[in-house]
Design a protein around this ligand. Structure first.
Ligand code: Q46
Ligand code: ZN
Length: 295
């Protein structure tokens, strides 16, 4: 790991992953003692690795898989669900109290992301709809099942690509809210945390490989051509030339924010419960999730 001027064997690398994840959890006050964590798992390496690391660190962590109804010629959702379920079975064998919950979008809402996007004429770029739907469903499940915290597998590369995109467009509203922890502001929102926010994607991949985690290697078919992937390539080139660039960019951003950068933008939006689902929303009446399914 040139970025850390460190080379480790398999055994010490895993120990290093546990140590670094635990350190981030503590530094950003992500999980309080006794809290229950719901981990959003996609069947990919980052989220499955995160679930396992949290269990090994002794947290009460359960999984949540959301089937988005995406086929894309490779049965993407079906295959990623199978990976998540097989992994969950292994976890349960080792940690008998842990379990996986599954939300099936096409069954629950009669449409998957592709059909929803088609109806809303956004079939070319369904990702913004998909993000909104995932956020709503993760939050709904966390609250219905009584979890204190919702964890996602976003790694440093994801966070840095988002940061880069937000800076390129100077989206100060997004910059203010980009954080390893989103507090459970107000009623009806679960705290959201990203315990791998300082772990490079290469490191989560190495961990998954060393632990023999069987994950879906293909990206979602809609990820092709996403600007975030182009940003990742650019940043990886910069990282190659100057190891540690990504980590510095992210950590210094968090520091600057803590010191008051963007403070002027940091107003707390007024939230009220959605008239249909009850989740907090800035909109009058229905939240944007509920409006999506209105026909
Ligand atoms: S799952 Fe959904 Fe992603 Fe696929 S449709 Fe786009 S947002 S790419 S992380
Ligand atoms: Zn709603």
């Amino acid at each position: 790991m040139r970025q850390h001027k460190l080379a480790l064997c398999a055994e010490h690398f895993s120990a290093w992953m546990f140590h670094n994840t635990a350190r981030a959890i503590k530094k950003y006050a992500m999980i309080a003692p006794g809290e229950r964590v719901l981990v959003a798992v996609s069947g990919g390496k980052d989220s499955l690795a995160l679930w396992e690391v949290l269990l090994r660190l002794g947290y009460h962590a359960d999984g949540l898989y959301i089937n988005l109804g995406i086929d894309g010629g490779l049965a993407y959702s079906a295959r990623s669900q199978a990976k998540a379920e097989a992994f969950a079975a292994q976890c349960t064998a080792q940690f008998p109290k842990t379990q996986l919950f599954v939300v099936d979008l096409p069954t629950r809402y009669e449409e998957g992301i592709p059909q929803l996007a088609m109806r809303k004429r956004r079939e070319a770029r369904p990702c913004s709809l998909c993000g909104l739907v995932k956020r709503h469903e993760m939050n709904r499940m966390a609250l219905e099942l009584g979890y204190d915290v919702l964890a996602t597998g976003h790694n440093l590369d994801d966070e840095v690509a988002t940061l880069f995109g937000n800076v390129m467009r100077w989206q100060t509203g997004y910059l203010v809210r980009q954080d390893p922890v989103l507090p459970a502001d107000g009623e009806g929102l679960a705290r959201k945390i990203k315990p791998f926010c300082r772990i490079y994607e290469r490191e989560t991949a190495a961990y998954a490989l060393l632990q023999g985690i069987d994950y879906i290697e293909e990206e979602c078919p809609y990820a092709k051509g996403a600007t975030s992937l182009q940003y990742k390539e650019t940043l990886t080139q910069m990282e190659h030339d100057v190891p540690g660039t990504k980590l510095q960019f992210y950590v210094k951003f968090l520091q600057a924010k803590a010191e008051g950068l963007f403070a002027a933008t940091a107003g707390v939006p007024e939230l009220q419960p959605c008239t249909t689902c009850g989740q907090p929303t800035t909109a009058e009446g229905q939240c944007s999730f509920c409006r999506l399914w209105e026909r």
